[in-house]
Design a protein around this ligand. Sequence first.
Ligand SMILES: Nc1ncnc2c1ncn2[C@@H]1O[C@H](COP(=O)(O)OP(=O)(O)OP(=O)(O)O)[C@@H](O)[C@H]1O
Ligand SMILES: O=C(O)C[C@H](Cc1nc2cc(Cl)cc(Cl)c2[nH]1)c1ccc(Cl)cc1
Length: 327
Amino acid sequence: EDWKERGAAVGTKNEVDAVGKPAYRTVKKGVQDFSFGRILGEGSYSSVYLATDRQSLKEYAIKVLEKKHIIKEKKVKYVNIEKNTLNRLTEHPGIVRLYYTFQDEQSLYYVLDLCSGGELLGILKRTGTFDVECTRFYGAQILDAIRYMHSRGIIHRDLKPENVLLDENMHVKITDFGTAKILPDPRDQTADSGLGGSFSSQGDSRSASFVGTAEYVSPELLMDKSASKASDLWAYGCIIYQLLAGRPPFKGGSEYLTFQKIVNLEYEFPPGLPPAACDLIERCLVLEPARRLTIEHIMNHEFFDGQPFGRDLWRTKAPRLRPYVPS
Ligand SMILES: Nc1ncnc2c1ncn2[C@@H]1O[C@H](COP(=O)(O)OP(=O)(O)OP(=O)(O)O)[C@@H](O)[C@H]1O
Ligand SMILES: O=C(O)C[C@H](Cc1nc2cc(Cl)cc(Cl)c2[nH]1)c1ccc(Cl)cc1
């Protein structure tokens, strides 16, 4: 049963091919293998349905995109980036899992983990703010997932509470990788292609044409269009601030005014936030990417003292949602 779910090769155990190797057929799922339920949500180019695998009865979220629309809006690149990045990020509980992709005459389909807890933004709006315990739990899960995607050479580039979904246990599932950056694999550089200088260790990509969501975009992306792993940690600092304060640190009356606040580092903390949280946020919201805290530094920061990361973090029960009460 498990094999089928993994979409791996399946076949009867004793089937062998000419040279005695077990012969497997890869299972290719299609629309007929699922019964589609209610709409879970809609994007600019997509509709996401609740769906059940007719065979295993497992529930999934299936993201459906109309080919005509994708081509007209010139989003083909993003569709294939989303597929390719999700296919590289299959081994972490904090990243939404892509099980299958398929297409028919009109549409493209992604079969994804069902995140029945909705968006982190949604639960934050309901409670207004998060107390320290909730901020530490969700901050740690998001960081653990970023650590994994960076280790696989993926920069998300659009991290924000809307793109942090929650599963049925209210655990984090990061989604929306259509605008991610896949860093060139350092092992691929066979001969020294003389690119040594331009792809510095934190993985710069000068050519970034994409800009994320205004409130979370990093200053380097605005100033010299370069995105790096450190850009995700800028967004991370904005998210931690927003969980405790109930609003993002940089918010102007227009996108331009928001950008101005970012490049001038114009933000302040609401009164009563814990000093350790302010210190952590200040060290993420640093204009110079190379001076920003790295993931390891953040994990060792006083704000996360005693917070488990790794396997234990994903086994603990999510804390009850409580608003932050200034001390
Ligand atoms: N795996 C999932 N499980 C449950 N709901 C999901 C899942 N993926 C997306 N959704 C919900 O479906 C809606 C559309 O998501 P989708 O990623 O297709 O578009 P979007 O990225 O939100 O919008 P846009 O493309 O305009 O940025 C969102 O509200 C999202 O919360
Ligand atoms: O079968 C695969 O895995 C590869 C295809 C590639 C692919 N075929 C496409 C056809 C169209 Cl019309 C548009 C896009 Cl973006 C297309 N991308 C594919 C299918 C489905 C999805 Cl969700 C993504 C990519």
